[in-house]
Design a protein around this ligand. Structure first.
Ligand code: FES
Length: 118
């Protein structure tokens, strides 16, 4: 199944260290400008209890959920906290954050979505 690139947000509308929620082909997408200036895109729903991650904050390449402060790495989607402090059997059960492919071109942030959703 091929992905289709869609415009999500003008690049100038997302400052370094900030989050935004955009709607791409009817899907809500979390956009993040990391501290190094690169952009990441993911589901906006926290895998823990589905809080809106766009109300959280960017922290060292991760998104910090506003509800219980779980941290998800925005480059891998992997839970970083509390995975790093949980016993191994509990850490395995922590869900990862689904990511989207993302790029910046022509002054826009583009997100790749499934062609059936586009
Ligand atoms: S809902 Fe995000 S950490 Fe609990």
């Amino acid at each position: 199944m091929a992905d289709v690139w869609r415009k999500a947000l003008p690049s100038d509308d997302l400052e370094r260290g900030k989050l935004a929620k955009a709607f791409v082909a009817g899907q809500a997408v979390l956009l993040a400008r990391l501290e190094d200036g690169t952009v990441a895109a993911s589901s906006p729903l926290c895998p823990h209890e589905r809080a809106d991650l766009s109300q959280g904050s960017v922290y060292m390449g991760a998104v910090d959920c506003p509800l219980h402060h779980y941290l998800y790495d925005l480059r891998t989607g992997q839970n970083r906290y509390p995975r790093n402090v949980f016993p191994a059997d509990l850490a395995e059960k922590l869900g990862d954050l689904p990511l989207y492919r993302v790029k910046e071109e022509e002054g826009w942030i583009w997100v790749a979505v499934d062609e059936h959703e586009a």
